[in-house]
Design a protein around this ligand. Structure first.
Ligand code: CA
Length: 231
């Protein structure tokens, strides 16, 4: 059963989210404290974190940054902040999605389930696609990516972007297209968030993120995979 940690200091909201998630067969750990959340994630395995941005002890952004320093666990931010800038800040520290308060618990559950589905690995036979003479290998069935022979850990959003680009090497994908492919549902269109995820992705897959070989920027267009598919 998937395990989700809910970090929210408003008791009523925390319990509401818990009951909705539990109804879907998800095991829920909850806390009102950012510090406790970090410590819990260090010592236990959680499949996803629902994280309030406005926490009384450690700000949500800080919690996300801390989590990202040792884990690729998917993070869904809860934010009361309506400023786009603040939401983007959350995504820049590595969150995979966010929901703005007030939100419908049902919508949150759907987003959580979508991310959990993306992250699940299938135990079937492998179907490895390789690019750039073996520089990049993507095993969609096993949900595994190797770059220059090394296993690379990606967040679900990073995985989605890379797999989308690799679907048609050389083809230019606009930011809007990438958002829709990765999320699979109507998104408000914060195209700049794609740039943040690409930046994080490049840190993991490029030898020199300033001169990217794998994920290339096309000015005024978007991004494309800079490698050919191997035969
Ligand atoms: Ca709060």
């Amino acid at each position: 059963m998937p395990t989700v940690m809910v970090v929210e200091d408003e008791y009523k909201l925390r319990e509401l989210v818990r009951s909705y998630l539990e109804r879907e067969g998800i095991v829920v750990f909850s806390t009102a404290s950012g510090a406790e959340a970090i410590s819990f994630a260090r010592h236990s395995s959680v499949d996803l974190v629902v994280l309030d941005l406005g926490l009384p002890d450690v700000p949500g952004e800080e919690v996300a940054r801390e989590l990202r320093s040792f884990s690729d666990v998917p993070i869904v931010m809860l934010t009361a902040k309506s400023e786009e800038r603040d939401r983007i800040a959350g995504l820049e520290v590595g969150a995979d999605d966010y929901v703005t308060k007030p939100f419908s618990p049902r919508e949150l559950v759907l987003r959580v389930q979508a991310i959990l589905r993306r992250g699940r690995s299938a135990p079937d036979e492998s179907s490895v696609a390789s690019y750039g003479e073996g520089l990049l290998c993507i095993d969609e069935e096993r949900h595994r990516i190797d770059v220059r022979g090394e296993l690379v850990e990606l967040t679900p959003t990073e995985w989605g972007i890379l797999v989308a680009l690799a679907g048609a090497p050389g083809r230019v994908y606009s930011r809007y297209e990438l958002i829709n492919r990765v999320r699979g549902y109507e998104f408000e269109g914060y195209e700049r968030t794609v740039d943040s995820h690409v930046k994080n992705l490049r840190r993991k897959v490029e030898l020199d993120p300033a001169a990217p070989q794998v994920i290339q920027t096309v000015l005024g267009g978007g991004y494309r995979l800079g490698l050919r598919r191997d035969r």
